[in-house]
Design a protein around this ligand. Structure first.
Ligand SMILES: C[S@@+](CC[C@H](N)C(=O)[O-])C[C@H]1O[C@@H](n2cnc3c(N)ncnc32)[C@H](O)[C@@H]1O
Length: 307
């Protein structure tokens, strides 16, 4: 993935105000669906990897108010937005923000008890290497939670060939930047290949019809259609669509939000454990089990930044 001087990567949806708003609306609309079952004990050290503008951070704070949360992102601009969002919405939350590339984290070995990674792997050219590298900062016995989408899971009524074509353009543009918008279906093998144990992946399906007006707005309009819309300029510049084809595709997506329309999309949520290193001949019975917390670095608290 390309990285600019300011730390921004070739993130397919860009770092605009509109994208920041979309990430917030997406996280709020899907909070129950995606965060259900994720609770961290008071005092546990949690690293949110690729926190973006802090949209998921608020829900992590709400679900685990006693945890010590550290959030990293490669984008300085997103991190500034995240800090402002969390400080305004959850004053007093114990969150530390650190600008870093997840492939080169400035933390001690085994510094964290839990890792949380949401909608990040889909943008990385080598997700197995990234996941394997993250194990260094996760204590043996610590847990990883990963959430990803899969654009192949989108189907809707009324069907629209023009809308499906646009979704295909988004998948192609993301692939051209080294990502994979169909990564959800690969989560289980990716986690196993990266060396995690006790891997469990389950579908988290969002289904929308007119009886769920909050999701009509929050998912069909503000999350999915806005996400496809974010690659308008790139798709036209690449010659993938004409302006008219683009309008037809977006109209097709919007029609699913009208009375009688329906929309289906599946996210995938994985959990896994960092296996304890095999004990050497001199280490049998030594440190490194589920209660181990080796290599702790000094920590800060409050909505502060080490960037
Ligand atoms: C789709 S956003 C998701 C943000 C947040 N997790 C959420 O769900 O709202 C992906 C984020 O991953 C970050 N990212 C991509 N590559 C990264 C890397 N190598 N190291 C750290 N962050 C990265 C991007 O800057 C972006 O903020």
């Amino acid at each position: 993935m390309e990285t600019t001087a300011t730390g921004e990567t070739g993130y397919v949806h860009g770092y605009t105000d509109r994208e920041a708003r979309r990430l917030g609306e997406q996280a709020d609309a899907l909070a129950e669906l995606l965060h259900g079952g994720t609770r961290y004990p008071a005092g546990s050290r949690v690293l949110e990897v690729g926190c973006g503008v802090g949209a998921q951070t608020l829900h992590l704070v709400d679900g685990s108010p006693g945890a010590e949360l550290t959030c990293v992102d490669v984008s300085a601009e997103s991190l500034a937005r995240a800090r402002a969002r969390v400080t305004a919405a959850r004053p007093g939350a114990r969150v530390t923000f650190v600008r870093a590339d997840l492939r080169d984290l400035p933390f001690a070995d085994a510094e964290f008890d839990h890792l949380f990674v949401c909608f990040v792997l889909e943008h990385l050219p080598d997700p197995v290497a990234a996941l394997a590298g993250l194990r260094r900062v996760l204590r043996p016995g610590g847990t990883l939670t990963v959430i990803e989408g899969d654009h192949g899971s989108a189907f809707f009524h009324p069907d629209s060939a023009a809308a499906r074509t646009l979704i295909g353009h988004l998948v192609a543009l993301q692939a051209a930047k080294g990502g994979d918008a169909l990564i959800g279906r690969r989560l289980h093998p990716l986690l196993n290949d990266a060396g995690y144990g006790r891997v469990h992946v389950g579908p988290r399906t969002v289904y929308v019809d007119a009886s769920r007006p909050a999701l009509v707005q929050g998912f069909i309009h503000d999350t999915f259609t806005a996400m496809v819309g974010s690659v308008h300029d790139d798709a036209l510049a690449a010659g993938l669509a004409t302006p008219q084809e683009w309008r037809d595709g977006i109209d097709g997506l919007r029609r699913t939000a009208e009375p009688g329309g329906t929309f289906h999309y599946t996210f995938f949520k994985g959990t896994a454990v960092n296996p304890p290193a095999p004990a050497g001949p001199d280490e049998a019975g030594g440190a490194g089990g589920a209660g181990g917390a080796a290599g702790q670095a000094p920590r800060t608290s409050g909505s502060t930044s080490r960037a």
